[in-house]
Design a protein around this ligand. Structure first.
Ligand code: HEM
Length: 456
């Protein structure tokens, strides 16, 4: 199913049968698929608590140390504790603001690399992935880590293995399947690769902290800012305040997840925005005009209203997580419209279908940023026909500000400093999608940056 673009197939099925809620038996597992804003509201608002858990996934179990992360952790004390930590500490507005200098430095490095390559085709997707990875790495680990090829293999493959539609995911009682298909050894190889990098990072932090005799703060006493690993180590050292212990595995799981989430979602979002504006020269010109009139540094980002609309429209058409992360009702049956959802049902919310619902969006498949003009829709998940970050008090994305801060700053710089053209012989941008837990471009995004007149 994964190779067949399930978000599109499920959309076609729902429209054909006019269904808000579809029941789907995949292998041994019962699923329901939610395809309209009305049904999404019931799942993510009315019955948010009942559907707050996640179905078991072998890949998350292996890669996140027994689901000690946030996104794949079952609903319970561990998830509650980590989610609170994320909202109040790791991804709070104050913390996101504290990473501003990191963002600005790395984006100016990107501009310098593009200036050096001006006039020639560049693999822009690869460069975007590098800059988002460096920003996230510095925010999470304190410095841009030298990530070996094995770790980069983990980054490249994780979205695919977490998508959850493999034959071994769908037949959990056939315990031999993951070994037989080679999936288990692939996961173990990935875990070994990420584990050794995470161990090294944590050991470095511990050594630096004990040398400085400090519990975090400015870390090494040389003005180094507190990073996400420091925050987690501080909490580990002060366990008495916590209901759930912060073990080293928890630190590794959370760090890996935030690192991957920061790279995958921001890179995917940027790639689709740029693909869309390359196909829509009118939008490109209008966005560029605005940016070149008002943009100076991160503090002027707030004034880029048209750019906000461009980002929102791209997230509508290309939500990075098109089927969200599935939910599950572990301890109660729920009635959804006229459908009784039995306990332990996986709930797939088809955001891709919802964000293109023709009852809410005129010319729903077209890229028209102006539709967001004078409209109150935001990224908080309050309007259920626009939910690229999910919705609900429990499982909605806690990284909205972190992600949008990166996306908007990079985009503004790309438009401010460069004009963009397609490589010779290429007539249009290929928009083929590659399905995983995030929906990426299938083909590399090669473009030519042309330095904008007189700007170095
Ligand atoms: C444009 C950027 C982003 C988009 C579109 C996005 C989208 C999403 C979506 C759709 C979900 C699932 C929500 C649900 O199941 O209802 C999610 C969950 C999550 N996201 Fe994001 N995300 C973005 C950036 C980030 C960033 C930068 C981070 C952290 C560095 C992050 C961390 C998380 C976490 C930890 C969860 C799991 C929440 C939970 O299950 O409690 N996200 N995100």
């Amino acid at each position: 199913m994964a190779g067949d673009q399930p978000h599109r197939r499920l959309t076609d099925l729902a429209r054909k049968h006019g269904s808000d809620v579809m029941s789907l038996q995949l292998g041994e597992l019962s699923h329901i698929v939610i395809s309209t804003p009305e049904a999404a509201k019931l799942v993510m608002k009315t019955h948010d608590v009942a559907f707050a858990s996640r179905p078991y996934l072998l890949a998350a179990d292996v890669l996140y140390y027994g689901c000690k992360d946030i996104a794949f952790a079952p609903y319970g004390d561990h998830w509650r504790q980590m989610r609170k930590l994320c909202t109040l500490e790791l991804l709070s507005a104050r913390r996101v603001e504290s990473f501003r200098r990191i963002r600005e430095e790395e984006v100016s490095n990107l501009v310098a690399s593009l200036t050096a390559a001006a006039g020639k085709p560049v693999d822009l997707g690869r460069m975007l992935s590098t800059v988002t990875s460096t920003i996230t790495s510095r925010a999470a680990f304190g410095k841009a880590q030298e990530l070996n090829d094995d770790f980069l293999m983990v980054v490249d493959n994780i979205s695919d293995v977490l998508a959850g539609f493999r034959i071994s995911d769908l037949y959990p009682s056939l315990k031999f399947l993951p070994s037989l298909t080679g999936f288990k050894s692939k996961l173990e190889k990935m875990r070994k690769a990420s584990d050794s990098v995470l161990d090294r990072i944590i050991d470095d932090h511990k050594a630096r902290r004990s040398m400085a005799g400090s519990k975090g703060g400015d870390g090494d006493g040389h003005g180094r800012k507190e990073d996400l690993v420091d925050v987690l180590l501080n909490l580990q050292e002060n366990q008495e305040d916590l209901g759930v212990p912060i073990t080293t595995d928890v630190i590794k799981a959370i760090t890996l997840e935030l690192f991957i989430a920061g790279i995958e979602t921001s890179t995917t979002t940027l790639e689709w925005i740029i693909s869309e504006i390359m196909k829509n020269p009118r939008v490109l010109q209008k966005a560029q005009q605005e940016v070149r009139q008002v943009f100076g540094d991160e503090s002027s980002l707030d004034q880029l209203n048209y750019l906000d609309m461009v980002i929102a429209e791209s997230l509508r058409l290309h939500p990075p997580a098109p089927l969200l992360v599935p939910r599950e009702n572990v301890d109660q049956k729920v009635k959804l419209i006229s459908y009784d959802v039995p306990i332990n049902t996986s709930v797939i919310v088809n955001v891709w279908a919802i964000n293109r619902d023709p009852r809410y969006w005129k010319e729903a498949d077209r890229f028209i940023p102006e539709r967001f003009m004078d409209c109150s829709i935001d990224h908080k998940g309050t309007d259920f026909h626009y939910i690229p970050f999910g919705a609900g008090r429990r499982r909605m994305c806690p990284g909205v500000s972190f992600g949008l801060a990166i996306v908007k700053l990079i985009l503004a710089n790309l438009l401010f400093h460069f004009d963009w053209t397609l490589p010779d012989g290429q007539k249009s941008v290929n928009m083929t999608e590659s399905f995983g837990v995030t929906l990426r471009r299938q083909h590399a995004l090669h473009l030519i940056p042309v330095s904008h007149g007189g700007v170095p």
